[in-house]
Design a protein around this ligand. Sequence first.
Ligand SMILES: [Zn+2]
Length: 139
Amino acid sequence: MFDIETSQGWPMPVLDDLNRPLFEGMKEGKVMVQKCADCNTWLAPSAFICEACGSENVPWVEVSGKGELYTYVVYHRAYAPEFESMVPYNVALIELEEGPRLLANIVGIANEDLQIGMALKPVFQEVAEGLPLLRFEPA
Ligand SMILES: [Zn+2]
């Protein structure tokens, strides 16, 4: 999804026209998702074409960020050295009330207390200077 640079030990996204609205939104505390303007399909970030209908009209739209835990995994091994200090950490699939599902970490709760279906809300955490990340916490 992103080319990688590092800052303060964190992989940093390289912004381009496809992903800039996602990261600019995070700086403003907004949860942004792409949605096809022609067929209303929610799309994974940085899509340049709709996977359902082929439309190139795939704008970013702001969503509430409220949702629930759809599923998750807990990583006990770091697959990149930058994340070794975070182990064990979760990676969750959150289903937003508007319908799309996003991948993110859940914070503010122990991994062993995570429960499928629990209500979540967005939280933005600055993990490196100039890089707020969208994460979720119990609502
Ligand atoms: Zn479409």
